[in-house]
Design a protein around this ligand. Sequence first.
Ligand code: ATP
Length: 193
Amino acid sequence: MQIKRVRLTGFKSFVDPADLVIEPGLTGVVGPNGCGKSNLLEALRWTMGENSARSLRGAGMEDVIFAGTATRPPRDFAEVSILLDTDAGEEAEVVRRIERGAGSAYRIDGRDVRAKDVQLLFADAATGAHSPALVSQNRIGAVIAAKPADRRAMLEEAAGIAGLHVRRRDAEARLRATEANLERLDAVIADTD
Ligand code: ATP
């Protein structure tokens, strides 16, 4: 999976629509303190299904909506779109939008989907909101300076992705068992006809 473009509207400090084009390879974001580097990374994690406001440095999820400045009024919604090339070679657009008082919603290619669908899409590509591929600047320092036990906790957090894979395998096994039951039921119904 390759992320090609991130479009932010009203997300944290990105009040005006902003496009970030991501070229193949490693991408680094540099800039002065407070310019929005971490907000950008948080926008990616939020769109991938991050549901902990605290891990996005907020008290509640609506804190991701532009809160206003001395010169600009607050916004009513925030929206982030991730345009990507899937491993199947197709383009897909994932959008998450949050409105004040109305919660957040996800779309894939314009279709309404559940948070879980988006989380699975990114988990299957071994990326996602807790992916070790997204490294914020405090995390680099934290990984280097961490005590072994803390470093292990970070790795375990990254391994959360494995949990999603396992849940998917479990769900597929349950689906297969249910399909087998349905086939047996069909056979019984055919016998009684
Ligand atoms: P540093 O290098 O200091 O870590 P940074 O480039 O990572 O900075 P961010 O932490 O991404 O910067 O951005 C911080 C800025 O975003 C602050 O000016 C803060 O006021 C602004 N900000 C965060 N949330 C909102 C919001 N909901 N509405 C408006 N501005 C916000």
